[in-house]
Design a protein around this ligand. Sequence first.
Ligand SMILES: Cc1cc2nc3c(=O)[nH]c(=O)nc-3n(C[C@H](O)[C@H](O)[C@H](O)COP(=O)(O)OP(=O)(O)OC[C@H]3O[C@@H](n4cnc5c(N)ncnc54)[C@H](O)[C@@H]3O)c2cc1C
Length: 306
Amino acid sequence: MLRSVILAAARSTRVERLVETAPVSRSIVRRFIAGEHADDALQRTRELVADGLCATLDHLGEDTTNPHQAEATRDAYLKLLDALHAAELTPAAEVSLKLSALGQVFDEKVAYEHARAICAKASECGTTVTLDAEDHTTTDSTLEVLARLRGEFPTTGAVLQAYLRRTEADCRELAVAGSRVRLCKGAYKEPESVAYQTRLDVDKSYVRCLNVLMAGGGYPMLATHDPRLIGIGEDRAKWYERTPDEFEFQMLYGVRPEEQLRLARLGYTVRVYMPYGTQWYGYMMRRLAERPANVGFLARALRSRV
Ligand SMILES: Cc1cc2nc3c(=O)[nH]c(=O)nc-3n(C[C@H](O)[C@H](O)[C@H](O)COP(=O)(O)OP(=O)(O)OC[C@H]3O[C@@H](n4cnc5c(N)ncnc54)[C@H](O)[C@@H]3O)c2cc1C
C-alpha cells in the first residue's frame, strides 16, 4: 500500500516540486546519487574500481517528451563515454540508459537512433550498454529496440523484471550465447493483470528466471540486494558450473555497500549501478518505495513544505 502511494507520487509534478526543494532531500540524494555532473560520476567510478568493483553509469532522466532534451541526453552519454575511456575506466565501467529519456515516449525510431549512436561510441571505447527496463507499457518496444541493436552490437544488455508474468518466457528467448541479461525484481507500480503482486510470488518468479538464465548460454547479471536471492545465485552458479567470469552480481549505488565489497572479495564480479545528474526525482522515489524505513524522509520533506 505504502509502496503504491510513493510510486504514484513519483509521477506527480506537485509532489516533485515539494520534494525537490525540501532541505531534507539533500542527504538522501547524496546517498543514492553520485552527484550532479559527469565529473562526480567519474570520481566515484575511480573509487569503486580502486575497491575492486565495476560500474554502470546512468545519466538521470526519463519520460522525455522534448526532442531537444532527448538529443541532449544522447550527447551527455557520448561525452561520458569519451571521458571514461580517456580515464582508462573502460571496460570496468559501462553505461545504462533508459529509452524513455531518448525519445521512446514520442518516437521509438528517434530513441533507437540515439541508442545506436551511444552503442557505437561504447563499442569504440571498448565497453557496453545496457537498456534499463521501465514500466510494462514499454517492454515490447524496448525488447524490439534491443533486438535491432544486438544485430549490430551483440553485447548490448537487456533488463528483465521478475515481477512481470511474461518474464520467464523472455528469459528463455534471451538466454542464448552472447546475450547479457540483467535480472531485477522490478521497481514500478504494475497492475495484477501483468505483474505478480506479493513479495513471495515475485521472489519465486526471480528464482525461476534465474534458473533459466543460469542454465542458458548467455551472461546473467543478477541485480538484487536480497540476501536470500544472492545465496541462491551463488548456489546455482555452482550447480551450472559457471566460473566467476561467466555471470555477475549488480547492486545500486548507496545500497548495501558492505555486501558489494564482500562479494567482490570472494572473487565475484560486482557492478554498481551509479546514477548522476540533476533529474533525480523519479529515481529517488523508486528507491524510497523499495524500503519502508526510507519513508520517514518523505513525510519530513512534505511536512516542511505544506
Ligand atoms: C543494478 C540494478 C539495476 C536495476 N535496474 C532496474 C531496471 O532497469 N528496471 C527496474 O524496474 N528496476 C531496476 N532495478 C531495481 C529493482 O527492480 C528493485 O526494485 C530493487 O533492486 C530492490 O529489489 P531487491 O532485489 O534488492 O530486493 P528487496 O527485497 O527490495 O531488498 C532486499 C534488501 O536490500 C536492501 N534494499 C533494497 N532496496 C533498498 C533501498 N532502496 N534502500 C535501502 N535498502 C534497500 C534492504 O536491506 C532490503 O531488505 C535495478 C536494481 C539493481 C540492483
